[in-house]
Design a protein around this ligand. Structure first.
Ligand code: SF4
Length: 366
């Protein structure tokens, strides 16, 4: 649904630029309203075969003194079997909080609302991850139906046990593999993430950041969970290992599972993602097919364009200004103080329409 439009400021884009304006040819030569309806249809079709269906996911943290952190607001997305969705955005925009909410790993001062339906493997119903109790999450969800590559692998690993011991314990708990085969299965998992076999008997404090990352990724792959949440899985890796790691994660999704890749590494997202979701100040401001997002058409939201233009191999032009404090978000578009396309209309919050939440989105580049 398009947001209601007020009269525009003198420097506003023309009204005919409005998404959904009937019959207006877009840069691709297709009338804009037809293009938007097609995009909506794709979204609806995706919802039917979704492994994960998130609607209105909102997370607030209550602070002492009555202040509130609006960490995630009204996130909507679907993730289908065989699909990789990359969730990108600057640090602190709410990406990791969203992943923690899906696994019930938020601190006690968090308030969560919305739904996150994880489909049952047989396709008959599912589990609302936001409503599930701790027992359900611990016994049937974490590691089994939803795997996590954590953002802080060193803190995730048990400090008093070797990597081999932790891998074998995870194999035992999640797969029931016989004792004899456990060692080989653990070594195979390590091999999938290029963790060196001669480091398997080391303790976490004896590992570099990159090796700890690879160990944590190997642990996450063991259960073959239908949904994998990978939160900055390439931290501390050099480019060759980044490519190898994300390719392995992609293979996980290619086998009929789903992957939510949370990353600030746009090159990694471009390499493996089917779609890209961009978060800013706790909101998803654009979801687009990866080929359009990274291709000549480009993203439509000004913030998403800014993210790409900041890359060294593109314009290498940083977005001016800083993101707003999540304790003091404006009533309208949170990107307005940094946005070159802002008008008076942007004092009203833009609702998502055809994958983009912006009053004056860019047309796809020709
Ligand atoms: S990003 Fe926000 S400020 Fe910029 S044009 Fe869109 S709605 Fe307005």
């Amino acid at each position: 649904m398009n947001a209601p439009r007020a009269s525009q400021a003198p420097n506003a884009p023309e009204a005919a630029d409005a998404p959904g304006a009937p019959g207006v040819p877009g840069a691709l030569g297709v009338p804009e309203d037809r293009l938007l309806r097609a995009l909506d249809a794709v979204t609806a079709e995706r919802a039917e075969d979704a492994v994960l269906s998130v609607r209105g996911l909102t997370v607030r943290f209550r602070l002492r003194g009555g202040r509130t952190v609006d960490a995630v607001s009204d996130a909507d997305f679907d993730l289908a079997a065989g699909e990789c969705l990359a969730l990108v955005g600057e640090s602190g925009c709410g990406k990791s909080v969203l992943a923690s909410a899906l696994l019930g790993l938020l601190p006690g001062n968090a308030e969560t609302s919305g739904t996150a339906l994880l489909a049952d493997p047989d396709g008959q119903g599912g589990t609302d991850l936001l409503a599930a109790d701790e027992k359900t999450l611990a016994r049937t969800v974490r590691g089994r139906r939803v795997g996590l590559v954590p953002q802080s692998p060193a803190a995730h690993l048990t400090p008093v046990r070797t990597v081999r011991s932790q891998l074998e314990e995870t194999v035992r708990a999640l797969t029931g593999t016989s004792r004899r085969a456990r060692r080989a299965t653990a070594e195979e998992a390590a091999g999938r993430t290029a963790f060196p076999a001669d480091h398997l008997d080391r303790y976490p404090h004896e590992l570099s950041g990159g090796l700890a990352q690879r160990a944590a990724t190997a642990l996450a792959l063991i259960g073959d969970a239908r949904l994998l949440l990978a939160d900055e899985p390439t931290t501390g890796l050099d480019r060759d290992l980044v490519d190898r790691t994300v390719d392995e994660l992609r293979r996980h999704a290619d086998d009929g599972r789903a992957l939510l890749l949370i990353t600030h590494d746009l090159a990694a997202a471009e390499r493996i993602a089917d779609r890209v979701a961009v978060m800013y100040a706790g909101r998803i401001v654009e979801i687009a097919p990866a080929h359009r997002f990274f291709g000549p058409a480009g993203p439509r939201h000004p913030y998403a364009r800014g993210l790409l233009d900041a890359l060294p191999d593109r314009a290498f032009a940083p977005i001016p200004g800083m993101p707003p404090e999540l304790t003091d978000l404006p009533g309208g578009c949170a990107f307005a103080p940094r946005c070159p396309r802002a008008t008076d209309l942007c004092a009203t919050r833009p609702e998502p329409a055809a994958g983009v939440a912006c009053h004056h989105p860019e047309h796809p580049r020709a």
